[in-house]
Design a protein around this ligand. Structure first.
Ligand SMILES: N[C@@H](CCC(=O)N[C@@H](CS)C(=O)NCC(=O)O)C(=O)O
Length: 353
């Protein structure tokens, strides 16, 4: 649907946009209104979604020698291609360093940032970016060579620590060191590859990062078993999908595609059974989710089949997690906080109604 089409749908034709906004009681500026719906329109014109991803992090986003990307964040991007454009392959992956990521999003170089980015107040307060949903509840941890014999981060006094610059990691570790009176030397890097290589060469005694990222780094070391991730978790790192804040409608659709993958797992909808459930399920919530009932997709400026296609692209949240982050060949991470609320986790999709 075009932006104009969206407004036609929302309000009587004879009302001007400003009058309509007034009539609906919105306090939206003229320029904000003009942007509503434009981003999806641009993506459709272009024919692909541009996803900002890691430069290379096992389990999350990695490119092989033939240019094929794979990983948890990659499959989430593909779900967006399927939901927004009807095809999981209509996605271009743009590798971004920690330093580049938010600027690239603000500058309109990518549509969706899916790149281990923690939702923080300061980042959310930036005028050009909006956080559209948490897809992984993480926390900052430490990895050390097993033969160092260290069992807690509190024993790292005097250590050299590899850390990625322009991250929450670098800020948290400074706070942690100050509180616990630890004298740490931080050795900063721009990409995960350079940090992993430096740690592997013994340039640092330990490396600190999001625990999931440490699991990815560990996997790419020459002898993964020779390294341990310590039990200490020193921060909350809710990794989120981020979009530019210029088009709230787009942010909503991005948020609800993620919710669709989470809700699908809760209701037992998988890549394999989604089409059958759309036809045969008698649960109204599932029918609405899959577009067999109601018009929730249209409310988002999408269409009835957006969630069905997203789920069929690579499965529900649990299927995607299992493939990349779960037991071998995944990173071996537990579901933990990233389990459904019905099983004691934090994943909780709001109602599809
Ligand atoms: N979640 C933290 C850390 C994010 C981060 O960038 N972590 C490193 C993990 S090693 C990373 O993903 N690097 C990926 C890369 O270099 O492509 C943040 O948002 O600041």
């Amino acid at each position: 649907m075009t932006p104009a089409g969206f407004f036609d749908f929302l309000m009587p034709r004879r009302l001007s946009r400003a009058a309509a906004a007034f009539a609906l009681g919105f306090t939206v500026s003229q320029s904000q209104m003009e942007d509503i719906g434009t981003q999806l329109h641009e993506i459709r014109e272009r024919g692909h979604v541009r996803c900002g991803v890691d430069t290379g992090l096992a389990g999350f986003a990695r490119e092989d020698e033939d240019g094929n990307w794979s990983g948890f964040e990659i499959d989430l991007c593909r779900a967006y291609g399927a939901a927004l454009l009807g095809d999981p392959e209509r996605v271009r992956f743009v590798p971004l360093t920690t330093e580049e990521r938010l600027e690239a999003l603000s500058a309109g170089e990518v549509d969706i940032l899916l790149r281990n980015t923690t939702w923080t107040l300061s980042r959310d307060a930036e005028p050009h970016v909006s956080f559209a949903g948490i897809y992984y509840y993480d926390g900052q941890g430490f990895m050390v060579p097993r033969d160092l014999g260290v069992t807690s981060a509190l024993e790292l006094d005097g250590a050299r620590l590899c850390v990625l610059r322009n991250t929450t990691t670098a800020a948290n570790i400074a706070d942690y060191a100050a509180i616990h009176d630890l004298n740490l030397t931080l050795v900063e890097f721009g990409t995960v590859r350079s940090a992993t290589n430096a740690y592997g060469r013994g340039q640092c005694d330990a490396v600190t990062n999001d625990v999931s990222a440490l699991a990815g780094m560990r996997m790419t070391l020459s002898e993964p078993d020779a390294h341990v991730i310590l039990p200490d978790v020193i921060s909350k790192e809710p990794l989120s999908v981020v979009v530019a804040s210029r088009d709230q409608k787009f942010a909503d659709s991005v948020r609800w595609v993620l919710h669709a993958l989470i809700a699908a797992e809760e209701y037992g909808v998988t890549a394999a059974n989604a089409a059958g459930m759309a036809e045969n399920s008698r649960a109204m919530e599932v029918r609405r989710l899959l577009g067999a009932e109601g018009a929730i997709g249209e409310r988002l400026g999408l269409d009835a089949g957006f969630a069905l296609r997203a789920i069929q692209a690579g499965g529900n949240y649990g299927e995607i997690f299992g493939r990349h982050l779960g037991p071998e060949p995944g990173l071996g991470l537990q579901r933990g906080l990233n389990d459904q609320w019905t099983r004691g986790g934090l994943l909780y999709a709001p109602p599809f109604s």
